[in-house]
Write a protein that binds this ligand. Sequence first.
Ligand code: ZN
Length: 283
Amino acid sequence: MPLVIALLVVAVTLYVHLAVLGRSATSSVAGGVPISGGDVPSWLNGIPGTGGGARDTSAIWPPAPPDARAQPIGMPGASRSSSTDYVFMHTVTGVGGPPVAWDPCRPIHLLVNNAEAPPGADQLVREAVASVSSATGLKFVIEGITTEAPTERRAPLDRSRYGDRWSPVLVAWTDPSAVPDLQGRVAGLAGPSGAPYYTADQQHWVSGTVSLDGPQFREILQRPGGWASARAIVMHEFAHLVGLNHVPAPSQLMYEDNVGQTGFGPGDLEGLRQLGLGRCFTA
Ligand SMILES: [Zn+2]
């Protein structure tokens, strides 16, 4: 078996805690986890007052989209496993708590930038998405293609571009000249973005990016077993997108290097199963 080594790293997640200090609207945007001080992203600058109270998110979250349901759209396909070889990006209440997850009552929308897409790129994405969807029960909708370029800190809410909804996930076939973090052996980079929140139980993922190094995938695809390796890397990145972090066990696909794994291991699947059981925020 060829030894494919592709270092995969996690993008910085945009994740802002709106700590409530007193009752005035202007003091509601303060503090940050993990962003702090003046590091609040610019898209938060225009947040209107909280109106109905300190925990009212109606002024800071867009309305539920038309395809949101009252119940989870799907259920995780994997059965419960005793494996503990998984790590979440964030947990709701600290170590050992339930993971911060996507809302399972609404589909995750994707837009694809094919600027550096290798041959078979669409099928790689479709197959990787199908495997993550099956493991989590989360549904994905590929809206189409975009020319939006990946950026280091992409706003989860961009009304000028996408209207009054969370930005669709940007899946970008790109290269290290556009995304410097893809330099060297790094084949992909992905992470979710969180909704701003007041209370711990409001935390959930609403957008994100998946950046894939097109030229490096072209090379991987030419090797023996290249398709399975390439697909595994895209699966790894989509598992980041739904909330899994790297795990120390080399037997799992969420190990930070790809050392020949072509599918999810029992720990990966258990983590993905739990990520499919998030809370619905659809009123
Ligand atoms: Zn990774």
